[in-house]
Unconditional design. Sequence first.
Length: 345
Amino acid sequence: MTDRKPRRDGGWRIWLGMVVAAVLGAVIGGVVVAANKSDAAKTPAAAQQQVATTCEVTKVADEALPSVVTISATNGEAGGTGSGEAVRQDGYILTNNHVISLAVGGGQVSVLFNDGRTVPATITGRDPKADLAVIKVDGQPPLPVIPFGESADVRVGQPVVALGAPLGLSGTVTSGIVSALDRTIQVPGDNGQTALLVSALQTDAAINPGNSGGALVNCEAQLIGVPSAGASIPSSGPGGGGSAGDIGLGFAIPVDLARSISDEIIATGAVTHAYFGVSAVTVPSGGVYLRSVVPNGPAAKADLQAGDIITAIDGEPVTGTTDPAMSCRRTNSRRTPRTRSFTTN
């Protein structure tokens, strides 16, 4: 999201810094963690075919751009822009929570369509924990809905196209590949909290401020991810202020998760997440160390305790905090393992 004026609360600054998640994905149902697993044995045969090396970007843009919108959110003197895509003909548009959260509590949201129309929108519901939201425009002709792809079909190395409004520049198209799968990224959220981009797609397609909430599509112009965060390098200019633009490290929420959450928001206006009642960090050598367990919570009732190290899932080794199901062994060690992290500021 691109701020036109500084936010009074300091806002979020995803592009100024980012760390690998150090908190167990308890805020998001474990089932979504497996959505993008790249195990070929679990993938439909059609998806295992060799992917094209490049997309016909002009054709993809022609098909996808009518579904992609620019979103403006304002509240008093503060405001900014982001992106979104139509997911229902009757006016529902998917975006990131951080794109529209500024308008919560008396602000306004508007949508600029690819054909030049600008209309007001209302917030249907939002999920700060997963950084997703749905807004709605009323009184408009049927919206051109973006088709959904399948997370199981996404492959490392496949070509992709990103569409959105970086820096408020509507209808911008960039291209690249899927660089990696299953990146779980912790980013700033509302009111000093954090959000988790669970099993995110990593791409080298240019993702800049304002691309948030837009569309990452495959060569069939199907949505496979919602661009939500990107890494940048701090400027080396006087005072070290500002930051460089895209450096080829962008992250998108996988389509299966985005679709599930948007469907729930449209149906109920809210989202319910699984809750384990633990705080955990990844052990560098493998496993998950439980820093704390909420008394009388689900984990406590399962006899998990602070200091336990989760080492296996149904007999399979645990690699980190995003594994969905767990078995554990007790340890006497009380050393909190060092967490792997990286920052860009």
